[in-house]
Each structure stands twice: as structure tokens, then as C-alpha cells.
Design a protein around this ligand. Sequence first.
Ligand code: GRG
Length: 296
Amino acid sequence: MGSEIEASLQETADMLFECMDAMLPEPVNSLENRLFEAMRYSALAPGKRLRPFLTVRTSEIFGVSRSAALRAAVAVEFVHAYSLVHDDLPCMDNDDVRRGQPSCHKQFDEATALLAGDGLLTLAFDVLSDPETHSSAATRCELIRHLAKAAGCRGMVAGQMIDMASEHMDLDVNQVIHLQRLKTGALFSISCEAGAILGNASPHLRNVLRGYANDLGLVFQMTDDILDTVEHGEKGGKKRINKSLNKKTLIALLGREKVMQQCRMLTEQAVEHLRVFGRKADVLRDMAEHIARRVA
Ligand code: GRG
């Protein structure tokens, strides 16, 4: 089953690459070449494409056309790519390596990285607002509204703010969970809900998918934190040990064993949410187990 889900992820990643490649501005011989190159460098770098996978596979449940699903998936991935570019900047996490290559500001320069992030973020909304994404303006608006909420000052940006502030203060378990729900969970949530929005699903089914995505986001973040404690140094010698000492993680508060336990419990809960979809959600179940297996 491991290889099935990996093949499915790879299939989405390949389709997504093609779409992103077509939607990103082409460097021509113009003054803004450097911006376009930096946007392409960051967005097309090999990521796992988990969020687009969720958008494409939830879209399948609701019979959404592949091209609409991929456009929404591209928008989500552009927002994710922007967040990584900005997160790596010296004023934030100050990382030299991202996705196995020099981070954007290392490869180009800080101002270009800042602008490349801005370019990717705004391009996401450009893609969603295009009638090619969906014929109904109301549906496009709904997608835009939910992606903006997830990415913005009540979602990922707020999570990032708390994360930065947490380097100088203590957070309790609930506050760390709140931070993680905002920083990573919000984008997971819209990644799943986008398929339901495109498919005009009922509020109940949208709610079910949000429940799944919430649990999945937490499992992802917990497994990421666990991997951080064992993988230090492997990702190009990143300053991960020192950083994780400052960062507030559930591992620091609860210990590794307790977090592993929580991971297993949340994975079961994530899968349980999907019951209403029957076999149609098999691939989403497999994804939850795939993420949990990262630390099993
Ligand atoms: C700058 C507004 C702003 C937000 C940044 C997402 C984020 C917020 C920062 C990324 C830093 C980080 C390591 C977060 C923890 C989990 C996470 C989101 C990891 C990166 O996501 P993956 O593993 O990345 O899906 P790939 O490269 O595979 O796409």
C-alpha cells in the first residue's frame, strides 16, 4: 500500500508540475526576468505536493473536472511555495537550504525572494479568479475567500506571527496546537475543502472534510517535529537543533512518546471522519496513514 500511495502522489506531482510550468511567467528578455526566474525556481523545486494531492483527490470524490481541480491545486501550492520563500528569509527562519537547493534569497537575493513570494501569492488568486477554474463566479469567489482566510491574518500568517513570538515566551499545549492549526492546518483545510467547493458539496460534507484536514494537519506537523529531532544536519546542515530548542513544539512539552501516541489517535480520528464517503475516500485514508508512517 505504501508504494500505491507514493505512486498516486507522484502522479499528482507530475500533473501539477506541468500546470505550474504553464501558469508561471516565462522569463523573456525583459527587465523583470529575475523575478520570474525566482518564482519558477521556488515553485517548481521538488516538494512533496501534499496539499495539491488533497485538492485533486477530494475533487475526485465530488466528480470535479481534472482541469478545475488542478487549477485549484496550483493555487494552493503557489501559496505554500510563497510561505516557504518568506519563511526562509533572514528576518524569519533564516534557512539556507529549501527542498534540497539553496533557498530563494541565497540563490538570488533578499529583495528578489521577497518579491518572488509576493508574486506567487498573488498569482494564486489570479489563477482562481479566472473563469477557466470554474464557470460560476460565486464558486470562484468562494474559493478565493477561503484560500485568503486560510493564508491570511486569521490563518497561516497569524500562525507564523505566533511562531516567531514563541521564541521569546512559553506556550502551553493548547497554544501550541492553536499555532499549528493556523500555521499548517489552515492550508491543509482549504486544500481539502477546495475540492468540495468546486463540487458544490453540502455544508455537512465540507465540514467533514475540514475535520479530516484538521487532524491530518496536526499529524503532519507532529511527524515533522519528530523528524526534525532525528534528522538534524541531514537537510544540508541546517541549524535545526538550535532552532528546535527555541521553537515551541509538542515534543518539548509532552515528550516524544506522548506525541507518537497522539499521532496514532489523530490518524484514526482523521480516517473516521471519512466514513461517510465510503470507498471513494480510500486514497485520503491511505494518505493519513502514509503521513503517520513517516515516524512509525
Ligand atoms: C511566511 C506567512 C509565512 C508563513 C510561513 C508554512 C510556514 C509558514 C513555514 C514553513 C516552515 C515549516 C518547516 C513549517 C512546518 C511544517 C511545514 C509547513 C513544512 C513544509 O511543508 P512540506 O513538508 O514542504 O509539505 P514541501 O517542500 O514538501 O512542499
